[in-house]
Design a protein around this ligand. Structure first.
Ligand code: NAD
Length: 355
């Protein structure tokens, strides 16, 4: 009997990305795209008067954002709210909020009727630069981050610039922005050449954020579903970061800051290049880090790595940095002695605090 095999080409998912100063400017050009929508918004995200009025004048739901939205029970509540709205097949969900609302609603949109169209309007800098595009969705489960999720590309993401963000929200951005700079040489060169990173003006930060978004999406386009492992590099700093985020109840940005510090030091040892370790100092001038209230022991951390989804044939892989603009995947097995040495040594020394 003859065995045939054919490849079926499926269309690539596509997201329209809109950059606009504010919601009024966006509406001027795109009002007609906004029919039949159910808006679900973080109640803290409606500081823009025009956006607030737009939301309140159509079917909407205001919710409390934050990591608790990404719990199983809250997902059930979100899905029930969608059912109560009596959606039609072409109904679009609009998520207005930070990464927590975007991740949870993205998951809900992707599984409801095997997929409702989704728009993302990120309302935190971190969501703006990272979580509102690229199609990753998810909720936390069994005590670990992002254990349940699907890839569900938003139909559109609207990146507005008039958010009135507080300093802590801006600070939370810096780890993801610096991570993208470590993966993108032109962006890195701009940041490294900036005269005073401690006081960058917001116009410059928005320019960097835009470059970071373009770099991220160019990487996503090469490997949207992480099959080729090219997209893994976006996980730089996240392997330890995600564990600290959950274990020490840190914000995502703070946790990734620690994760970046750690992996830069590990990379310096692995590649034998002390210049990588000095990048920590560059980052610290952008975002100084306070001591961690508690540094869990390596024995506590290591079993939690079992939840990490970045795996190759030999198990867990870490994204290390070779040089700004170039990363490399290294297996946990190979890296293991360096991980423990750095964690129990310079990492703990820098970040040990009193409980
Ligand atoms: N899907 C992805 O690709 C991806 C990428 C990175 C991070 N994430 C996820 O994103 C989440 C973190 O996102 P985040 O940092 O935006 O956190 P968040 O959504 O928890 O928001 C942080 C806080 O800011 C509030 N908030 C939201 N908008 C605001 C506004 N305009 N003004 C004032 N306060 C506002 C929220 O209510 C919350 O209390 C994590 O769960 C992380 O896992 C996902």
């Amino acid at each position: 009997m003859q065995h045939d095999s054919i490849s079926i080409p499926f269309p690539e998912p596509r997201t329209d990305l809109f950059f606009a100063m504010d919601w009024a400017e966006f509406l001027t050009h795109n009002d007609r795209r906004l029919d039949d929508r159910l808006v679900i918004a973080d109640r803290l995200a409606l500081s823009d008067r025009v956006l607030d009025q737009w939301v309140r004048s159509r079917p909407h739901l205001l919710i409390d954002g934050g990591e608790a939205v990404k719990e199983w029970d809250r997902l059930g509540a979100l899905l029930s709210d969608i059912v109560r709205y009596h959606p039609k097949r072409h109904t679009r969900l609009v998520a207005i909020g930070g990464g927590s609302v975007g991740d949870a609603l993205g998951f809900a949109a992707g599984i409801f009727w095997r997929g409702l169209s989704l728009w993302q309007i990120p309302s935190t800098p971190l969501a703006w630069i990272d979580s509102s595009h690229g199609g990753k969705t998810g909720i936390n489960f069994a005590g670990a981050k992002n254990q349940l999720g699907i890839y569900w590309m938003p139909e559109a993401t609207v990146l507005l610039q008039n958010w009135n963000w507080s300093d802590p929200l801006w600070n939370d951005l810096k780890a993801e922005l610096f991570k993208m700079a470590l993966l993108d040489r032109p962006l890195f060169d701009q940041i490294a050449a900036y005269p005073n990173l401690a006081s960058v003006d917001r116009t410059t930060i928005f320019q960097w954020m835009r470059l970071a978004v373009m770099k991220k999406l160019s990487l996503v386009a090469t490997d949207p579903f992480e099959i080729k492992r090219l997209r893994f590099q976006l996980n730089l700093g996240h392997t330890l970061g995600h564990i600290l985020e959950k274990r020490c109840s840190l914000s995502h940005g703070t946790a990734i800051s620690y994760g970046l510090h750690f992996i830069l030091e590990v990379s310096a040892r692995w590649f034998g290049d002390p210049a990588l370790s000095r990048l920590r100092t560059l980052y610290a001038s952008f975002r100084p880090l306070a001591k961690l209230a508690e540094v869990p022991s390596w024995e506590t951390i290591e079993p939690l790595l079992a939840h990490d989804k970045k795996r190759g044939p030999d198990g867990l892989v870490w994204v290390c940095l070779k040089t700004p603009g170039e990363s490399a995947l290294v297996s946990h097995q190979e890296l293991s002695p360096y991980l423990r040495e750095v964690y129990d040594g310079s990492f703990r020394d820098s970040f040990d605090g009193s409980c």
